[in-house]
Design a protein around this ligand. Structure first.
Ligand code: FES
Length: 71
């Protein structure tokens, strides 16, 4: 939930597929492999990633969140 917008981001870096980590101090996702950086919405802000983090389909039902490609 960022500025009232709900979204789910894949943690897979769009460069070569490492898992990104969330850095709350900088409010960035950072890839440990080659230093790719993404903002809180998944847009690339540094490093080699060629594309934003993938947004995943999700649904919220009865306080349960399901995230995945096929819901
Ligand atoms: Fe993430 Fe290369 S795999 S920056």
């Amino acid at each position: 939930n960022h500025n009232g917008e709900l979204f789910a981001l894949s943690p897979v870096c769009t460069h070569l597929g490492c898992f990104v980590n969330w850095h709350s101090i900088n409010q960035q996702f950072v890839c440990p492999c080659h230093g790719g950086k993404y903002d809180i919405t998944g847009n690339v802000i540094g490093g080699p990633p060629p594309a934003p983090l993938t947004r995943l389909a999700f649904k919220i039902e009865n306080s349960k969140v399901d995230i995945g490609l096929k819901l």
